[in-house]
Design a protein around this ligand. Sequence first.
Ligand code: FPP
Length: 260
Amino acid sequence: MAPSLQHIAIIMDGNGRWAKKRLLPRTVGHVKGAANVRHMVKACAQAGVSYLTLFAFSSENWRRPPEEISALMGLFLQYLENEVAEMKAAGIRLRVIGDRSAFAPLLQSRIDQAEQETAHNDRLHLTIAANYGGQWDVLNAMRAWQVAHPDKNLQDLDANGLAAHLSTADLPDPELLIRTGGESRISNFLLWQTAYTELYFTDDFWPDFDAAALTKAIHWFEQRVRRFGRTDEQVAAQPITANANELSASPLAQTVFKIS
Ligand code: FPP
């Protein structure tokens, strides 16, 4: 039986090289990349995926040349201004995760507006990670947990307690992470949330990653056997339903391995 697939996360890499190969400025690659976001949202909705999370701008991307940063911010703003009406009609809920306080006030207000206007949609949950870093997310969650539980100390914090304060607290963990652009690394994306995610790396540059490429990635995913620490025989006898956090918190794990 193919594993279930609700949530795909994508590291959209290779815009710059896509442009360089055509002797074009890097920003043209980003324009093409932004257009592909639109295509991929549609392709995921058609494939029946309920959650799509895209890495649009990492907390480390501020190190890029100022003109490239400004082009990326402009594209993000333009995307929000052009797409929200259609998202509302198509049942897409938009969320933005990351530290948005660093963005221009206009961009921040468009983000707030887009989130509010699509808040009741449920067909596809589109999450854009912008000024996001996985380490930031985990640290923030620990701090938020401490603020929410002033009478407790860190010994009381468990995996579910932390996950409840991540920026993705309302989303299931991704079952499949796709990275385009030929690199095989996570680059500080959803570090906590990808603990058991299947990782798919493709040489396609992001602007070239189309619906057929998505279908290929999904077919690859469907061949995976997801064991979550169990043996093949155990999985065959009883397909996995529990996630890793539930498993490590289980009474059996606590007794056999003395997990404290
Ligand atoms: C990585 O390619 C891509 C980015 C850092 C930005 C991704 C942004 C977009 C797809 C467009 C804007 C997003 C939205 C949501 C409208 P790269 O520049 O690192 O490529 P390279 O590795 O070939 O240089």
